[in-house]
Design a protein around this ligand. Structure first.
Ligand code: ACO
Length: 326
């Protein structure tokens, strides 16, 4: 059976770091509140003039280098993002050009923070069917660009980064085994950005009403997130006849340490098998799972043959999980 194996992984975070103490000077918050409620201590924020596709390209270049491949070797590009460079063309389209790839297909996947898992599912399907040999899957965000820096309930959480993996067709049992994707629009008002689309096109009014910023009902989203994490991970494991104890490493979306701990507890997954780096990156949306997986690999937490569980949730609400053999 053909699977998409990760033959290279890369990550990139902008140089500029914003600490909780920096935020204390911007909104009515405290380092203590942010650490206690979210586990976040600092986050990276994009520079002026930089954009989502720039971060994506840096992560992709690292992934390709590590795979000993060049942009010419890529057959298709998928970018998961909530903060596309423009309404159109797609960010993936810009990545194709900036990386210097051939005239290959490229597409953005819009599933908020679950864009990481959605992107991986889309990319690995193309490999599994034999359509493409190598697919570049990227999660990239400049969430600071849709952050209301006067809203303390969101500005302490959202951040910028990119992560990328090169999936290559292989038949040695390694690679993406399966991925489950979900959405439930009954909860769309828990996290959304109303302005700039077809419903509320940009106008003086949308700007005055701060409609071009992310709006969130954090406390409600928190509860939904924990439930969805647990549900989708359990369903995926069950279908493959696996137990939580079979998983060598769980790499969840890094939104909030308390969400991760609550989900791990309900899954009966010990925290020493859960990778966490939300403290240093904040919530980087569709990039977070890849940024965390890259760090886990670099830290020697992943060995060939390990069984890895990825899971994410985000606005929509959307959620999903993926299982892969490293
Ligand atoms: N500093 C200080 N106080 C704050 C801050 C802040 N930054 N933000 C909110 N508060 C206040 C609130 O106003 C509230 O005050 P009140 O009791 O006087 O009304 C109090 O703190 C408690 O607020 P809650 O929202 O109940 O706090 P909670 O414990 O739920 O933590 C948090 C808030 C961190 C947002 C949490 O709910 C969370 O992480 N939710 C999930 C968010 C998330 O993951 N979003 C991303 C989804 S992924 C994607 O698609 C981008």
């Amino acid at each position: 059976m053909i699977r998409g194996k990760i033959v290279g992984i890369g990550a990139y975070a902008p140089k500029r770091i914003l600490t909780n103490h920096d935020l204390e000077r911007m909104v009515a918050t405290s380092d203590e509140w942010i650490v206690q409620r979210s586990g976040i201590r600092q986050r990276h924020v994009i520079e002026e003039g930089e954009t989502t596709s720039d971060l994506a390209v840096r992560a992709a270049q690292q992934a390709l280098e590590r795979a000993n491949l060049t942009p010419d070797d890529v057959d298709f590009i998928v970018v998961g993002t909530t903060t596309a460079d423009m309404q159109f063309p797609s960010t993936a389209n810009f990545v194709q050009g900036k990386l210097g790839c051939r005239r290959i297909g490229s597409v953005d996947v819009w599933a908020a923070c679950t864009g990481s898992i959605y992107g991986l599912a889309v990319g690995s399907q193309f490999v599994q069917t034999g359509k493409y040999r190598r697919v570049l899957v990227i999660g990239a965000e400049a969430l600071s660009r849709i952050t209301d820096w006067t809203d303390r309930s969101t500005c302490v959480l959202l951040a910028d980064a990119a992560g990328a993996v090169v999936l290559e067709a292989c038949e040695d049992g390694r690679g993406v085994i399966d991925a489950d994707l979900y959405s439930d629009a009954r909860h769309w008002e828990l996290l959304y950005m109303p302005g700039g689309g077809a419903q509320y096109p940009a106008s003086h009014e949308t700007v005055d009403q701060r409609m071009h910023f992310a709006k969130m009902r954090g406390n409600e989203l928190f509860k939904v997130a924990v439930r969805m994490f647990v549900e989708c991970a359990s369903t995926l494991l069950e279908r493959h006849g696996l137990k939580v104890s079979d998983i060598d490493l769980f790499v969840p979306h890094q939104a909030n340490l308390r969400i991760i701990e609550a989900a791990a507890k309900r899954l009966d997954m010990p925290m020493d098998r859960v990778f966490v780096n939300v403290d240093r990156y904040g919530n980087t949306g569709a990039a977070s799972v890849y940024v965390a997986l890259e760090e886990a690999v670099a830290a020697g937490r992943v060995r060939a043959g390990d069984l890895i569980l990825l899971a994410a949730f985000g606005g929509g609400v959307t959620w999903g999980a993926a299982l892969l053999r490293w």
